[in-house]
Design a binder for this molecule. Structure first.
Ligand SMILES: [Fe+2]
Length: 346
């Protein structure tokens, strides 16, 4: 078995492959690491055959959908998962083949109702059911402390003590543990009475993970996060630095149209000298009258540099091949004490 563990903050992803057949599964991939996973698979001579989420994640952005499109391989989740884009729904006790490896599913509800653990040889990928020195929380949508108790004490902890545990999270840089070590020293597993365990889980009072609303929305629908939309737009446009734009403004570069895509009020309180106003919300509606010549060089700017990136990508998509976005925004321009005009331009 070839195993790569990839940490993204506290989230752990795993690339697991069969050394004989070179086929591999990617478990709990995170959206910002796509190139990293593909590079590791190439380095190890592995071909990714399955993309697996151990459960509906509320705290990170899953890469399964995007990778499935890119690689033309199936997304695999527990059979009751809410995500509509799952290609292979799998049930308790079922297996998928990775060359000579058997990847066996154990349904372990509790952290979420669709949580599963994946047993491969002497390892178990526990998702957020069992962590090193902890367990998954049960206070997020579809969480259930009683179900978690049963999943842990009736199922997972009955595996042989030597089985290696690879969790979906670790915040202390640890890589793995064993079932035996967790039974002996995991503080949450010392409450072996069902009622005491359930009370403990109900009283944890944890703060909500960051981005929980957006993570659940995108992971359950296959839609895109705001960061993803911005990254995709940024990959399609060139940028110009603040000092470069300042130099061009001072040289009175007639060739370049500076297009300020903020609202009128922000524009009038201070903009790049000579900039034209075309708010992002009106871009598509007014583009034909405001920018009749698609061969012109255009630079978009906004307050922080994000909306202008989206605007530049939209303009390129509409057939303006010479659009660039400002690297940074008017906030940074003001901090740099670069020249400003206020009110309307003549
Ligand atoms: Fe989770």
């Amino acid at each position: 078995m070839i195993l790569e563990q990839i940490a993204t903050g506290g989230c752990q992803s795993y690339l697991v492959g069969c050394s004989d057949s070179s086929s591999a599964a990617l478990i709990d991939p995170e959206i910002s690491q796509i190139d990293h996973y593909l590079a590791l698979a190439a380095r190890d001579g592995l071909r990714i055959r399955y993309l697996i989420d151990t459960h509906t994640h509320a705290d990170h952005f899953s890469a399964t959908r995007q990778l499935a499109r890119q690689l033309a391989v199936p997304v695999l989740m527990y059979r009751t998962s809410a995500a509509p884009f799952v290609d292979m729904r799998i049930g308790d006790g079922e297996m998928v083949m990775l060359g000579r490896l058997r990847l066996q599913v154990m349904h372990t509800p509790g952290h979420t109702s669709d949580s599963m653990c994946l047993r491969i040889e002497d390892s178990v990928f526990t998702g957020d059911t069992l962590l090193i020195g902890g367990t998954g929380r049960t206070d997020l949508p579809s969480g259930d402390p009683e179900a978690l108790y049963d999943s842990l004490f009736q199922r997972l902890l009955k595996l042989e003590p030597k089985v290696r545990v690879f969790p979906a999270h670790d915040y202390k840089g640890r890589q793995s543990s064993t079932i035996g070590d967790e039974i002996a020293s995991n503080p949450r597993l010392q409450k072996r009475d069902r009622a005491a365990f359930v009370d403990m889980m109900r009283e944890l009072n944890l703060s909500m993970p960051r981005h929980v609303t957006e993570a659940l929305r995108t992971n359950m629908s296959g839609g895109k996060s705001v960061a993803q939309l911005l990254a995709e737009a940024a990959s399609r446009v060139p940028f110009m630095s603040l000092p470069e734009l300042k130099a061009r403004v001072e040289a009175a570069d007639e060739d370049l149209i500076v297009l300020d895509v903020r609202e009128r009020e922000a524009y009038e309180s201070g903009h790049v000298p000579g900039a034209r106003l075309l708010p992002r919300g009106q871009l598509e509606l007014r583009v034909n009258q405001e920018l009749p010549d698609p061969t012109r060089r255009i630079l978009t700017c906004c307050e922080l540099g994000q909306v202008s990136t989206l605007a530049a990508a939209t303009l390129r998509e509409m057939g303006f091949p010479h659009v660039v976005a400002l690297d940074g925004g008017m906030k940074a321009w003001r901090v740099a004490a670069y020249p400003l005009n206020s009110g309307a331009e003549p």
